[in-house]
Design a protein around this ligand. Structure first.
Ligand SMILES: Nc1ncnc2c1ncn2[C@@H]1O[C@H](COP(=O)(O)OP(=O)(O)O)[C@@H](O)[C@H]1O
Ligand SMILES: [Mg+2]
Length: 234
């Protein structure tokens, strides 16, 4: 699926946070959205997912999503994994959280997809009766990904999944995200951690005060000096 964002402005009430955003995401492509704290990364992902007010155009494979609500966008193939794993219900068990994720699918497809997800994240099967809030940070991040995958999306919007995870867990997370890629998902990853993003993305943009201030290839992102320069402007 191809995602095209054109002339997107997004914000809260009269506060405009993101301005003039144009982005193209090809089938199966991986785009990193970098930027300092407060640059507008979460606002941009929220606008695409339909949970933050916006104007402009959001086209998914020829379907205009801008006038659809968040649930309709989810049905069209967008899934947001919000910052701080806020798509999880802490008192509910792992299994119950997954069932909530699966509820948008036809009942006949649920069991098979659940099996697929649990084979990707076996630890979630072992923890199925545990409350989500009692999982470790790394396990919660896995569950947050799994709940989003339960909607069988074509485009995954990942908001700072690395946040709060120990360096050792970051490697596991990077491998899991790579595995999602190989399923053919297009991914937009918002990150402050540009080293983490550089392991995964094809291209990046840097948000500077809500506008795209710089963009480039993964090779350019691995050039630390170039990135430090771009982020310093942020
Ligand atoms: N619910 C909200 N209401 C008003 N302003 C907000 C809200 N959420 C975020 N902001 C403001 O929008 C700006 C961008 O925030 P955010 O998109 O969360 O940035 P980032 O994800 O890059 O850290 C910040 O100035 C922040 O204070
Ligand atoms: Mg954020």
């Amino acid at each position: 699926m191809t995602l095209g964002i054109g002339g997107l402005h997004a914000g809260y009430g009269r506060i405009e946070v993101c301005r003039h955003i144009d982005l193209q995401l090809a089938d199966g492509e991986f785009l990193a959205v970098l930027g300092a704290n407060g640059a507008g990364k979460s606002t941009l992902l929220g606008a695409i997912a339909g949970v933050v007010a916006h104007r402009g155009s959001i086209d998914l494979d020829g379907t205009q999503l801008a006038s659809l609500n968040a649930r309709e966008r989810a049905r069209s193939g967008l899934a947001l994994v919000p910052e701080g794993r806020r798509n999880l219900f802490s008192p509910l068990t792992v299994h119950e959280n997954l069932q909530l994720g699966l509820r948008l699918l036809p009942a006949a497809d649920r069991t098979r997809l659940l099996d697929e997800i649990l084979s990707m994240f076996p630890i979630l099967g072992a923890r199925r009766t545990q409350a989500a809030g009692l999982l470790s940070g790394g396990e919660q991040q896995m569950l947050a990904l799994a709940v989003a995958l339960a909607r069988r999306p074509s485009v995954l919007l990942l908001d700072e999944p690395s946040q709060g995870l120990a360096p050792l867990l970051l490697q596991n997370l990077a491998e899991q995200i790579r595995a999602l890629r190989s399923m053919g998902l297009a991914i937009v990853l918002a990150e402050q951690n540009h080293r983490f993003a550089a392991q995964l993305c094809d291209r990046y943009v840097v948000l500077v005060a809500g506008e795209i201030g710089d963009e480039g290839s993964r090779d350019q992102l691995q050039d630390a000096q170039h990135v430090a320069h771009a982020l310093m402007a942020a």
